[in-house]
Design a protein around this ligand. Sequence first.
Ligand code: PAF
Length: 283
Amino acid sequence: MEFYSEKQQIVAIIDVLKAKQLTLGLVPTMGALHEGHLQLVKKALNNNDKVVVSIFVNPTQFDNKEDLKKYPRTLKRDMDLLRTVSKDNIIVYAPTVDDIYEGKTVSQSFDFDGLEFEMEGKFREGHFNGVGTIVKRFFDIVKPDNAYFGEKDFQQLQIIKKLVEKFHIPVHVVGCEIHREASGLAMSSRNTRLKPAYKKAAPFIYKTLTAAKERFGTNSANTVLEWVENQFAKHDLLELEYFIVADAETLKPVKRKSNKKSYRAFIAVYADDIRLIDNIALN
Ligand code: PAF
């Protein structure tokens, strides 16, 4: 498996692949890979000749310094996992902060037509400018035909589609279903940091989401919201940050339901100091 940490090297190798007219997939990650990431990589391998997996804990998308410091960094293990998927067709690109940011670790400011002000945008200041900045850089460097993102970060996926549309980037953005542990807990690199009691409690998030989906069939968005807030108010370990029923397209909270629209429920919960997010299609 090829490994590059310098922009110059990866740019040179991409030029060679492009000259051979090979199709290229990109799976951007922050490492600490789990089965959810591997599913994205497998999907990318099925649809492209070569797949670049970027591994980079992007400092500009963290609003919380402690979270950035504690974010798991497991490059060797990540490489071993990727090797189990393909030895020949994966290229790992793991730049250093200085190399990719060229000494200026700041975000560009984006206008994502309001998508950036909802949910995660309200609770994580500057987060989507950081995500937009790094993903745009990866698109510029890797020039992928297809790029793969998980639906666990559904808002991020919508924002990346908007980025591609606004900057006319010639890449097909592919959203991939949330991969869950047997307990229903959405797979996340942060799950490894959950203390045992919180790990045991965390599947309550998805359980509540599926129950909310069922309730949404016959109740208003507001009634479902109150019900979910109540469930978490009674919970000893998990602290609800937000639960929102939103239009899947605009991500704006739903006031009145219409059967012509697609809705999704979004949730963010603190399990001790670990912030977990999840979402579910409602109709
Ligand atoms: O979803 C993530 O892991 C990150 O936000 C991404 C897309 C790799 C950008 O740093």
